[in-house]
Design a protein around this ligand. Structure first.
Ligand code: SME
Length: 162
């Protein structure tokens, strides 16, 4: 059996996302496509999606792939809330050790949540990936995901569909 090469999978996904979204400016379209491509290349992704900053201190679920996601998350709650509040990536090897973790699906055991900024460095969303295994995410995930999100959302041509 071939061993899974995470770095190689991310390199391919990054290239695919870059080419698929060339010239695309709509935020929702980008989010949906990023979810789809990453989930295809990274087999340990159980849930992947965006929570969008809706009110000053509240996130609403955006495009995602996976089981039913919680609809709204205040900045005061969960790993997503921590990422939004601290504007910093949260790497959680075991969600059961993270005080205040929100279990949208009890199958989740580890996760990574990254802040998403626009070209004015304003927080517009958080990006959440969950796995059913513990310790699924590491600095490799963090580095590639930060690079992909920066490339896709720091353009001054971003548009929202509404
Ligand atoms: N686990 C997240 C909630 C979102 S779901 O996992 C889709 C959290 O604690 O913020």
């Amino acid at each position: 059996m071939k061993t899974f090469n995470k770095t190689l999978a991310y390199k391919k996904a990054q290239k695919d996302i870059h080419h698929s979204l060339l010239g695309e400016t709509q935020v929702i379209t980008k989010m949906a496509t990023i979810n789809c491509i990453l989930k295809q290349y990274l087999p340990y992704y159980f849930w992947v999606g965006f929570y969008i900053v809706y009110k000053p201190k509240e996130l609403i679920v955006g495009p995602y792939q996976g089981t039913h996601g919680c609809l709204r998350i205040p900045f005061s709650k969960g790993v997503c809330g921590a990422a939004a509040r601290e504007q910093k990536t949260q790497l959680v090897p075991d969600v059961h050790q993270f005080s205040g973790h929100i279990a949208c699906d009890s199958q989740t055991n580890s996760e990574i949540v990254l802040p998403v900024f626009n070209n004015k460095e304003k927080l517009i969303a958080v990006f959440d990936v969950d796995s059913t295994e513990k310790n699924s995410f590491c600095e490799i995930d963090q580095q590639f995901l930060e690079a992909i999100l920066y490339e896709q959302f720091s353009s001054d041509l971003l548009e929202w569909t509404w």
